[in-house]
Design a protein around this ligand. Structure first.
Ligand code: G3H
Length: 545
């Protein structure tokens, strides 16, 4: 199919209003005016901004119009200050109700919250689907994975706390060592996993006893509306506060206050850099960061091409390539480059493109037109420097629907070689010597993951050993991915700071703290009386079931 025909076809995939199935519709636009500050739902009377869907609808005259999903508050620095003050009061120098609450009670609050939001799964999933264009199946997966993550976090915290419920005696010192909260955590998640990635920092931060200021992403904000009341009722006042508004205005302001103890950001390294610098007391600030990535697939000459194509399709095009873990550069040995490209392009032609609620759909509308323009600019830049789009109708677009483009051969100097395209454009390069592929990873600014496709143990092992010192996960004959969530998710260079897994996140948002005494009769008596009298939430030997 040629570009103009594909353009027509893509435009025709957008539905008429009447074509949208009843069960996936949103009942009415949601004009959010409530904001959660200091345990209260306030009605916002200030500026708002409209929220549009990634999906367009076809009008009777054939034009495509954005679907307005509602609007959200644009709160400013004054509200951010209020949120800071509320969180600061709830923390109360570590003396607040939440940071001193027994772990079992904090777990009960999180369980209560989880039960409440689980009851609103359908509504939340629909907002994810409509706002960012994620397929219904993947939006459901995102929700369910988040609930499973919370449950795993609770189980892990029980294990951790029970392990720490005993005294240790070393060299004449009796100690009880536990993990204590750090203070105020600023949480920000990305638009591509607006619920899951946010909750993988927000929930561990909360459950460890920290107080939180949460800023939803620019796309993927309405889904939090059905959770507001659950946040309000499940946690003490001020423990969780939500700020809206322009990130570039509100967030540096919050950081400049010096009151943030932990910056938890899943976003860009550029933003993380600026925000860290905005904090006046750099030694007080900890950072838990999931940032840019440009994961490469290295395809060796003896790779099983059926498997390689399948994994590279999933790796580069799941949710239209909008995953931090996506394969964003393919390096294929020149002996099989032609065959790989042929099969890869054939496989792309068979992918279902359409509306997010359609069953089996893989490619769906992108959340912003600016992304379509950026992807076109990347393709034009590569073309001008000698590459071509090698798949039929690659790069054709109608509004937010973008047909994937495979660009070959991509070389140093082209935007696509190093930029994290974060969308359905797949740069491919052929190499002769595997050292060239290795050098690509070594000279990259990023260091999250890599995929190796090959069957020769010597060749695969020859790559594994240098690559494990460049990235944090080497995938063999499979795409790059974060899951399972109990495994460490980390990155080197500009890709991450700290490690996130169910276990590691609990550690990232807390610090080992101990109560120690000399091993004397008097100390024993004192500690006995505290424990037996149930006088402290820290010094105790309680077991959480
Ligand atoms: O965008 C980054 C996500 O954490 C990716 O998670 O690799 O399991 O899809 P995933």
């Amino acid at each position: 199919m040629k570009l103009p025909e594909m353009h027509e076809r893509l435009a025709s995939l957008f539905p008429l209003e009447s074509d949208i199935p009843e069960d996936v519709r949103l009942l009415a636009p949601l004009h959010q005016r409530a904001i959660l500050l200091n345990g209260e739902m306030r009605i916002w009377k200030g500026e708002t901004r409209p929220v549009h869907s990634a999906v367009r609808v076809r009008k009777d005259d054939g034009s495509l119009a954005p679907v307005e999903l509602g609007s959200v508050p644009v709160t400013g620095t004054a509200e951010a200050d209020e949120a800071l003050a509320a969180a600061w009061a709830a923390w109360d120098n570590g003396r607040g109700r939440w940071p001193t609450m027994p772990v079992a009670e904090r777990i009960a609050c999180v369980e209560n919250f989880t039960n409440q939001i689980s009851a609103r799964r359908r509504e939340i999933v629909k907002f994810i689907m409509w706002e960012i264009g994620k397929s219904l199946a993947d939006a459901e997966k995102e929700f369910d994975r988040t609930i499973a993550y919370i449950q795993a976090t609770i189980a892990e915290l029980k294990r951790l706390d029970n392990d720490n419920s005993r005294f240790q005696i070393v060299e004449g010192t009796i100690a009880q060592i536990r993990r204590s909260p750090l203070g105020l955590v600023l949480c920000m998640g990305p638009y591509n996993y607006p619920m899951n990635e946010t909750f993988t920092t927000l929930i561990p931060a909360l459950i460890m006893g920290n107080v939180v200021l949460f800023k939803p992403p620019r796309f993927g904000v309405l889904l939090y509306y059905p959770m507001l009341e659950s946040f309000r009722s499940a946690f003490p006042a001020g423990v969780i506060n939500i700020v809206y508004g322009e990130g570039s205005v509100v967030v540096p302001h919050v950081m400049a206050s010096g009151k943030v103890n932990v910056l938890a950001l899943i976003g860009s390294s550029k933003v993380a850099d600026q925000l860290k610098k905005a904090h006046p007391k750099s030694n007080r600030l900890r950072a838990v960061l999931g940032l840019d990535a440009k994961n490469a697939a290295i395809i060796l000459p003896d790779a099983d091409l059926d498997l390689t194509v399948k994994e590279c399709i999933a790796g580069s095009l799941t949710f239209n390539g909008q995953r931090c873990t996506a394969i964003k550069m393919i390096l294929v040995h020149q002996a099989i480059a032609e065959e790989f490209l042929r099969r890869f392009c054939d496989a792309i032609a068979k992918l279902k493109i359409g509306m997010p609620w359609e069953s089996g759909v893989m490619l769906t509308p992108l959340p912003e037109l600016a992304k379509v323009e950026y992807l076109h600019a990347c393709i034009e830049d590569a073309r001008a420097k000698g590459a071509t789009v090698v798949n039929a109708a690659g790069g054709a677009a109608a509004e937010t629907l973008f047909h994937p483009a495979v660009v070959f051969p991509v070389k140093e100097g082209m935007t696509l070689y190093r930029d994290e395209q974060f969308g359905p454009v797949i740069p491919v390069a052929a190499y002769e010597d595997v050292e060239t592929a290795l050098q690509y990873v070594i000279t990259s600014e990023h260091g999250q993951q890599v995929s190796i496709f090959g069957t020769n143990p010597d060749q695969v092992a020859h790559l594994i050993d240098p690559l494990v010192n460049q990235v944090c996960r080497v995938n063999l004959n499979s795409q790059c991915q974060r899951s399972p969530d109990v495994f460490p998710f980390a990155g080197r260079k500009d890709s991450a700071e700290g490690t996130l897994s169910v276990h590691d996140a609990l550690r990232a948002f807390s610090i080992r703290t101990m109560v120690a005494a000399k091993q004397t009769e008097a100390s024993k008596k004192l500690l006995d009386s505290i424990v037996l009298g149930n006088k402290s939430n820290f010094v105790n030997t309680r077991f959480i079931l």
